[in-house]
Design a protein around this ligand. Structure first.
Ligand SMILES: [Zn+2]
Length: 139
């Protein structure tokens, strides 16, 4: 009977850890750890971990596809609402135009927020140019 680490499921220590994760508000996912096959947990901060191996990288191609889909829908909503505003200009009621303007604004805001979030996620260190802003102003 070789214990080559495959029976994590029966390890009381692992079971205890899983119970603790759930008590901390972590959610058990349908995805499993690629190393040991245990269910993964999503912590409240969004991190996905295996009770044995800690942080595991899961391929989130589904998620990425979903993100792209949302982006395209938001973009379409924005351009549709914009063209509605154009159509209504001059013939629609101000209230109607305002309603569509709100849609344009909301879509724009969502798009910006998503863009910001993504740039935070990719966490590119910005090579900011500093100190070159003070031009020679005449007196
Ligand atoms: Zn694992």
């Amino acid at each position: 009977m070789s214990r080559n680490g495959r029976d994590y499921h029966r390890d009381p220590e692992v079971v205890k850890r899983m119970a603790r994760l759930m008590m901390q508000g972590a959610v058990m996912l349908a995805e499993t750890c690629p190393i040991c096959g245990l269910p993964l947990f999503r912590l409240r901060n969004g991190e996905v971990i295996c009770p044995v191996h800690g942080r595991v990288l899961i391929v989130s191609s589904d998620e990425e596809a979903e993100e792209a889909r949302i982006d395209s829908v938001v973009g379409r909503v924005e351009s549709y609402a914009t063209s509605r505003v154009e159509e209504l200009l001059g013939k629609g009621s101000p209230g109607e135009i305002l309603e569509w303007l709100k849609v344009v604004e909301a879509a724009e805001r969502i798009r910006k927020l998503r863009g910001e979030r993504r740039s935070l996620e990719s966490s590119k260190p910005q090579a900011g140019r500093r100190g070159s802003s003070s031009g020679g102003r005449g007196e």
